[in-house]
Design a binder for this molecule. Structure first.
Ligand code: TYD
Length: 134
């Protein structure tokens, strides 16, 4: 599966809305970690890394942001604007997040614990690894 938007069912009634994320149903991997990015300052761009091996699901539970995915050949920018959309990310891709709204809460589910050794924070190194893996 390449990076793509997964759509979640919103259960709504007169009280408001609820979305359930369930492993094996609408989350396509075993979740080991959840983190969220919030209070992002104006104009901040973050990410600037790839992972050697990590599956992630990024959801703007509140507000909006943009998520750039670069596979070393082409780039795609996803506009995350609603809590019923999740960006599924896997494989060797470079990530950048930007245009955070003031109220943005970007929640990310991942299939592994935090491990700095899994990060590639240098674009040239990322680009070389993409060529090696081809
Ligand atoms: P960083 O990798 O700079 O965030 P991003 O590239 O996604 O914008 O992470 C900021 C700090 O938080 C850095 O010191 C590592 C730490 N961190 C954790 O301890 N656990 C985590 O799960 C993540 C994603 C980051």
């Amino acid at each position: 599966m390449k990076s793509k938007i997964l759509e979640f069912k919103t259960i709504g009634d007169e009280r408001g809305c609820l979305i359930a994320l369930e492993l094996g149903h609408n989350v396509p991997f075993d979740v080991k970690r959840v983190y969220y990015i919030f209070n992002t300052k104006k104009g901040v761009r973050r990410g600037f890394h790839a992972h050697k091996n990590l599956k992630q699901l990024a959801i703007c539970t509140r507000g909006s942001c943009k998520f750039l995915i670069d596979d070393g050949t082409s780039q795609q920018t996803f506009n995350l604007t609603t809590p019923n959309h999740g960006l599924y990310i896997e494989g060797l891709v470079w990530r950048e997040m930007f245009d955070f709204s003031d109220d943005c809460v970007l929640m990310v589910l991942a299939d592994a614990h935090y491990d700095e050794k899994d990060y590639i924070r240098n674009y040239q190194e990322f680009s070389n690894l993409v060529k090696e893996r081809k």
